[in-house]
Write a protein that binds this ligand. Sequence first.
Ligand code: BES
Ligand code: MN
Ligand code: ZN
Length: 513
Amino acid sequence: MELRFQAGGGSAWTAGAVVVFLFEGETLDSACPELSEGAPWLLIAPGLRDFRGKKDEQALLYGPPSMPLSRALVLGLGKKGAGTFAERLEGLRKAAGAAAVRCRELGIETLGIPVTSLARFCEAGPDVERIIEEVVCGALLGLYRNRVFKSAVKKSEAAEGTGDVAPDPRWLGLLFCDATVPDGPRLAARRGETHAEAVLLARKLANTPANHLTPERLADEASKLARRHDMRCEILDRADIEGLGMGAFAAVAAGSINDPRLIVLEHAPAGHAEDAPLVVVGKGITFDSGGISLKPAAGMWEMKSDMGGAAAVLGLFEALGQLETPRRVIGLLACAENMPDARATRPGDVVTTLSGKTVEIVNTDAEGRLVLCDTLTYALQRWTPDMLVDVATLTGACVVALGNDVAGLFCQDATLAQRIKDHGECVGEPFWPLPLWDRYFENLKSETADFANAGAREGGACAAAVFLKQFVPPEIHWAHLDIAGPGFVTRKITNCPAGATGFAVRTLIELVS
Ligand code: BES
Ligand code: MN
Ligand code: ZN
């Protein structure tokens, strides 16, 4: 769905449906008086009589077909003034997504949102632009469908059918009262569009089955993206990974015929090429069978999305390319497939990491920390990061601790932790702090090597984080984000069908911006 802009007030607007959001008890003419010009019929529309403005309530109203605005879709937001600013943004994202989906279901090809009506959701100032951004982003995210492998869709994109094959609306128009479209809101809408495209890229990749998305294919995606945005992209293969001495990374890939890749992306805009970079590391396990410590069959298929961290980093770079963010950012994607095989790493094997520290691999299913530790060391050997962030679907224990829609935030730098938490809250990606205390290191004791890659089940998310901590000196501004819960969902959530969510993409973009 394309974005469009219309100026000139109610009498100049045209769209298949005009979309308005109402709190409980609000009237349409108080929320959007401009509509009395473009859609005078709306103010006396009988269909509004029983509309209460309750959360998730919808009313579809029809006027004379000859009018440039002859349909209205009104969405309820619930009680006015309830909740925080972040919660109100979530409500708006949800309503915008629902509106776009409803239009698609009805075959309405174009929709318009009066921007003036959005201003009443906040105090004046930058918040209005944030609201525009979130409404646009919510509408675009809501339309996402995972149907790349549906044969019915392949056969006929333009099918006249309903449901899954109905085409998306052609455009979403933002409707302004000013004589010309003002720059601030226009850019905000474009930002919302960019954020959505970045999230959708991450969803698409993490939903792709592992037979279609190997580390090599992920590297192809990264280099295509880099070419599109004129960024540097370097790809290390198995020989490079082994040759450099990344014994832990290589051990994870040992059992797979699909060779690993360490992908290096660099966004270095003019004037910032020599800055200390922000380095973002993503776990890119294209399939996690557990290896010789094989996972149970039930739910193993979900591990096609164990590259959700790497997908989030790619999403971030898609946005960096579009937004031309004036900041040097390095992205590292640690990609491998974790498989059982005659060549696979055995439980009890000892490897030497790039740092020189030795690790006893007591559980081959704790593979994420193994690819990440060598990638973190690589980052620190090559750059002096201003900030180091890793994103990973790292532990089932984190899902047990925080549930399916909250990510674990491990960070001893209080300022950085607060920033991540605040940004996440604003864009609907909640992070909650968990400790990086050294007491968890006790769980990783090894008789044979410096330490083990896994230990007791209790406190598993913290133990994994403290494992990574062994590779990051205390003076580094480092955060570890465990997105195992919210990265992939088995039931539909707000603006996202079951499957990969693209979680963390928007927080990373905000953090860099
Ligand atoms: N990729 C998994 C973690 C995971 C679990 C992500 C569920 C998303 C949903 C990770 O590689 C893993 O297997 N972790 C083990 C670690 C254990 C063996 C110490 C786990 O959490 O059970
Ligand atoms: Mn695993
Ligand atoms: Zn894994």
